[in-house]
Design a protein. Sequence first.
Length: 137
Amino acid sequence: MRTRHLVRSADGRIGLDMLAVLNEERAEVELETFRQGDVLAVDTQFSTYIFVKQEGEAWSVSTTNPERKHVLPGEGEAVEIYGCTFGGTMLKQNCVFVGGHLEFNSPGVGIVTTSAVERIRARQKMETGKTPEEQGS
């Protein structure tokens, strides 16, 4: 049985905390629940990738590891996140989960496969279009 340590609104979006931390085995987020401006931070074995949802399937991306900057797209370009692999060729689309290897397409670079995902953090706007801390003000 899988348990999630999340507080979610009725439509399944992360609710109360500014960042919801998922670090249990097989914890996952579904990319279709993200709206423009939402943030997804993925900590892998060697790097942290910070994605910001743009229009459509596009995400802007940055990394905290200077040795991984070569996998990032050029200025003003966005990536498309495909999902996570189980360590081989099988891909779970539109989903990021702990233990998986995140795959995204970076223009000019191609498909990037990360080391194993260790932690996922998300900051999502709620139905009102505000983040939880904005709703409190």
